[in-house]
Design a binder for this molecule. Structure first.
Ligand code: FAD
Length: 135
């Protein structure tokens, strides 16, 4: 069975650590029940998330996320069928991009600012993989 992989980005204002923890708690609970895996990045008021799993479960998960009032401006960056998962071991790995990530970002965006909506689909996927290596 092929795996559906999607990457989207969104904006969030005024979220604190408690809000992030609540998002991660429901993500881990729901994603493990649905065999959905992936990673969530947060930096400078922007989320970028990669989700992988069966097409029906990834679709229903994304629909719930897109309707969540805790963020806005949800934009799909990539959507494709693949043969295997990149993040099979994590129901939702969280990476908060803090500290000096400018050099990593500059490989993808000349400004060194986190602006995921400007990434191509291939760059978004590669950036997720590099961020996972920071953990
Ligand atoms: P519960 O987690 O039990 O929550 C009950 C209801 O309250 C839900 O409708 C929820 O949306 C709402 N809610 C809870 N806290 C708040 C709050 N502080 N403000 C507004 N509404 C609130 N869900 C996943 O299943 N998998 C994911 O990978 C995932 N990633 C996410 C990434 C981001 C950036 C965001 C913003 C949300 C993400 N979520 C994810 C959460 C998702 O949007 C839904 O909230 C969640 O799936 C609903 O789970 P639940 O039905 O078990 O409800």
């Amino acid at each position: 069975m092929s795996i559906q992989r999607i990457i989207y980005c969104s904006s969030a204002k005024g979220l604190d650590q408690e809000d992030i923890e609540a998002i991660l708690e429901s993500s881990e609970r729901n994603n493990s029940a649905n065999s959905v895996t992936g990673m969530l990045l947060f930096n400078a008021g922007c989320f970028m998330q990669l989700l992988e799993g069966s097409r029906d479960k990834v679709t229903s998960t994304f629909c719930r996320i897109a309707n969540d009032p805790r963020h806005s401006g949800v934009e799909l960056l990539s959507c494709k069928a693949v043969n295997s998962r990149l993040f099979g071991e994590w129901n939702m790995s969280y990476v908060s991009l803090t500290g000096d990530v400018g050099s990593l970002l500059r490989k993808y965006q000349s400004s060194g600012d986190f602006q995921p909506s400007e990434l191509t689909d291939a760059a978004a996927e590669s950036f997720c993989q590099e961020c996972a290596n920071l953990k």
